[in-house]
Ligand binder design. Structure first.
Ligand code: UDX
Length: 432
């Protein structure tokens, strides 16, 4: 199959590279010439484990290429739209201008028979609008519009793509469904289920899944707060709940609140869609609100741990990205935590294995350090904000001896309380 992928962001690049690894012929298109020329030199615009090797292998095999020219869509059997859909400034609705602009350009250049697939996360009804653009712009062409949402986690995106729990395909057109079946045939042989639905249903499934996962996290986070008040242990609560198959153990880790490129944006967009259709989703509205206030509350938690006054105190943060194995800082809890600590008069230094370059622009007052040990030096308190593996086996005695104080705030519950107390830390975690 010949595939064109519009957009070489996270989703477009991972999907394009994985499709080429299945043996399809893939061309990735992006307007950003510097990004395309970097990709041609095998320099990835994002940090994703294994992506550079996957891209290099398929470029060498002649199955994957990059271009800035939209004309590349002219020979494609399927054209995927994987451009950004950021939250629109002011109202939280998904900004679809990039999707619609891509659709109009595709209509001008695609073959007379083509399948257009929206992979970007788009609100329900966007496929209808893309179809409308196609009809207006290229009435002589026979173009089908399909919804095929992605469910990729950053840091595990290649594995998620190649071993998905399901592939959702929303289409009302049997010929287009057949093209999609052919594209995903290698996965189907691996017994990954293909779920065919109506297009609007497929669009909604993506939001439903992300909002539900965000709700699960927010539920356990509030449970953690209650555990702290009543003297219970949230990790055990999580285990006790999660071993019920109806609930499931995943996404029940309490922490500083969810961040990233999907959950914050998608919960907000679903909430707005539901309000627009006069069918408000109050649970999702609460999740958004609770999660937002939680991030800043984590700053206050650190301040309480050091006795309530952070003025002039030196606080070291380990981890800044919204989760490990990514350099993504979008809606990371660290941003709100740094804000709260700086407002309280603290001096902050930090170390993150991949996120410091992006973070430095977002938090210019924070002193970025070379590693965890350098960050901890002379600190009154140390806080683990993101659970990178490298923070799971630190030489904590060495860290403690170099600090000015002995406060350790573990916002990801990666250490054991009694071990930390034995070493000499005054240790606080989440919900334990
Ligand atoms: C998510 C979805 O998992 C993926 O299917 C979708 O396509 C895109 O959004 P991602 O944002 O990459 O993926 O990360 P994910 O691993 O889902 O974590 C999201 C946030 O939730 C992170 O901030 C993480 O720290 C937090 N989280 C996750 C918790 O706080 N507790 C958990 O138990 C799980």
């Amino acid at each position: 199959m010949k595939i064109a992928m519009i957009g070489t962001g996270y989703v477009g690049l991972v999907s394009g590279a994985c499709f080429s690894d299945f043996g399809h012929d893939v061309i990735c298109v992006d307007k950003d010439a510097s990004k395309i020329s970097a990709l041609e030199d095998n320099i990835m615009p994002i940090y994703e484990p294994g992506l550079d090797a996957l891209v290099a292998r398929n470029v060498d095999a002649g199955r994957l290429s990059f271009t800035t020219s939209i004309e590349a869509v002219k020979n494609a059997d399927a054209i995927f739209i994987a451009v950004g859909t950021p939250s629109r400034r002011g109202d939280g609705h998904a900004d679809l201008s990039y999707v619609y602009a891509a659709a109009a350009e595709i209509a001008d250049h695609c073959a007379s028979h083509a399948v257009i697939v929206t992979k970007s996360t788009v609100p329900v009804g966007t496929g209808d609008e893309v179809e409308h653009i196609m009809r207006e712009q290229a009435p002589e062409k026979n173009i089908s519009v399909v919804s095929n949402p992605e469910f990729l986690r950053e840091g595990a995106a290649i594995d998620d793509f190649k071993r998905p729990d399901r592939i959702v395909i929303g289409s009302e057109d049997e010929d287009a469904s057949q093209v999609m079946r052919e594209i995903y045939r290698p996965l189907f042989l691996n017994e990954s289920p293909l779920l065919f639905t109506g297009r609007r249903t497929a669009e909604l499934i993506k939001y439903a899944a992300n909002a539900f996962l965000a709700t699960k996290i927010t539920f356990i986070n509030e449970m953690a707060d209650l555990c702290e008040k009543v003297g219970a242990n949230v990790q055990d609560v999580s285990r006790g709940m999660g071993s019920d198959n109806r609930i499931g153990s995943k996404f029940l880790n309490a922490g500083p609140g969810y961040g990233g490129s999907c959950f914050p944006k998608d919960t907000l967009a679903l909430m707005k869609t539901a309000q627009d259709y006069d069918s408000p989703m109050r649970i999702v509205e609460s999740v958004v609100q609770v999660n937002d206030s939680r991030k800043r509350a984590m700053g206050r938690k650190i301040i309480e741990a050091i006795g309530g006054d952070a003025r002039g105190k030196k606080i070291a943060l380990l981890g800044l990205t919204f989760k490990p194995n990514t350099d993504d800082m979008r809606d990371a809890p660290s941003i709100a935590i740094v804000g709260a600590l700086e407002d309280a008069g603290a001096h902050i230094c930090a170390y993150d294995p991949e996120g410091m370059q992006v973070a430095a622009d977002m938090m210019p007052q924070v002193e970025m350090k070379q590693d965890a040990y350098e960050a901890a030096q002379g600190a009154d308190a140390l806080a683990i904000v993101t659970e990178w593996d490298i923070f799971r086996a630190l030489d904590l005695e060495r860290i403690l001896s170099s600090m000015n104080g002995n406060i350790l705030v573990d916002l990801r519950n990666i250490y054991n309380a009694s071990d930390m107390t034995d070493i000499g830390f005054s240790y606080t975690s989440v919900g334990r």
